[in-house]
Design a protein around this ligand. Structure first.
Ligand SMILES: [Zn+2]
Length: 401
């Protein structure tokens, strides 16, 4: 499939050597997705994992999982996460601190997930290496021009832009779509060329949230395959990438664990891993994971209180988490449980606080799931193949296009 000579047409850039911290922390998304593309052409199909973050220990766990898999990775913040933490600068500071504290040695990008244009513009100056502008509700031409406006502001800073074509069903933060609309593969190459976007989320039947039931039967991997071939025919594949949203596998084990400790999650169904692997084989290079981590964190919380009865006594932070778990058996959103805790604590290491122990367990659980996913996505070991990982190098590359 897709046999051709492997030539990396990306120009070699030799900028002044950036400081190590600058080079490694919070760089752009394109070099890591390109490393996945090159690996795929060599027959080792790969996509980079993009994991949603809301609080420090979640970010720390993701970084630990990436380190174990030696994978490049994307920390992404939705508009809900931005609201939870008080804006893009706070999120960027939290991510940078997690990277610094853990001395994370591998390429990481901070990405805005499902932004509107105002949030995307805010992120450009806040330390994000990539932004998504989701105006997929607009018609094709209006979508293109809205994306183009952000691209014109982002690329001179070396920041890449993700757009969305077609509509996914499910609930994404405050956006709710009943029906999904598949992306039209014949429009993908034109969309990239006219909008200047670097990455494109294409709707092919996945959906947001833990109940992907209806969509799973309608997964259309051929949409990915046809889009990728169309891009290849137009010489786009090294600089432009397809993204799969709503791709959590929703492990039944986690759902059962949550329900056995007082949760009530009904009709949970994820995308089977073999379908995600097929989509990666067909050309997906970035896979978004949010629900799986929410489940892992919720399971950790519920097990902790079940195994340590009364531990919340005398601890307002723990008591607040437990209260929400008791009152809202169906919640899988950790922000529900953590909303009452001081935001400064949520953005920094919990060491020495009353949530140190529970957050340590969250970190460990998130790390092992992220490691597992990176291996399944084929991006384990790709960190060392990620070249040119700095915003300065990306800005220089864009200016020559
Ligand atoms: Zn999404």
């Amino acid at each position: 499939m897709h046999e051709k000579t492997i030539v990396n047409p990306w120009p070699r850039v030799l900028p002044p050597e950036p400081a190590t911290s600058q080079k490694l922390a919070l760089g752009p998304i394109v070099p890591m997705l390109r490393a996945a593309e090159v690996a795929s052409l060599e027959g080792r199909h790969a996509a980079v994992g993009a994991f949603n973050i809301n609080f420090y220990s979640q970010a720390e766990g993701i970084l630990e999982g990436l380190r174990r898999a030696e994978a490049p990775g994307i920390l992404q913040a939705s508009r809900g996460a931005n609201k939870f933490q008080g804006g893009p600068e706070k999120i960027a500071k939290m991510a940078a601190e997690a990277i610094k504290d853990s001395k994370h040695p591998l390429p990481v990008c901070l990405h805005l997930d499902h932004g509107d244009d105002a949030t995307a513009i805010e992120c450009l100056g806040a330390g994000f290496g990539s932004v998504m502008i989701d105006v997929s509700k607009l018609d094709y031409d209006a979508n293109i021009s809205a994306v183009r406006e952000i691209v014109n502001l982002a690329h001179p800073r070396g920041i890449s832009v993700e757009a969305e074509l077609g509509e996914l069903s499910g609930v994404e933060e405050d956006i709710k779509a009943e029906k999904s609309t598949y992306a039209d593969p014949r429009k993908v190459a034109g969309f990239f060329e006219k909008s200047g976007a670097d990455a494109l989320a294409i709707a092919y039947g996945t959906s947001h949230g833990p109940s992907k039931g209806a969509g799973v039967g309608k997964l259309a991997i051929r949409i990915v395959d046809e889009s990728y071939r169309e891009m290849g025919a137009n010489g786009l594949n090294f600089e432009h990438f397809l993204v799969s949203h709503g791709s959590s596998t929703v492990p039944q084990k986690l759902v059962d664990e949550i329900n056995s400790f007082g949760g009530q999650i009904k009709s949970a169904q994820g995308i089977p891993m073999e379908k995600i692997e097929a989509a990666i084989k067909a050309g997906i290079r970035k896979v978004n994971i949010d629900t799986d981590l929410r489940l892992a964190i919720t399971a950790t919380f519920r097990r902790y209180f079940a195994e340590n009865p009364g531990i919340e006594r005398g601890s307002p932070n723990l008591a607040g988490i437990k209260k929400v778990l008791d009152e809202k058996p169906a919640t899988i959103d950790p922000r529900d449980c953590l909303g009452h805790i001081d935001k400064e604590l949520m953005r920094s290491s919990p060491r020495g606080s009353d949530i140190e122990e529970i957050m340590g367990l969250v970190k460990a659980r998130v790390a092992s799931h992220v490691e597992y996913l990176c291996r399944a996505f084929g991006c384990a070991g790709l960190a060392e193949k990620t070249e040119g990982h700095s915003l300065e190098e990306m800005a220089a590359s864009y200016s020559r296009q």
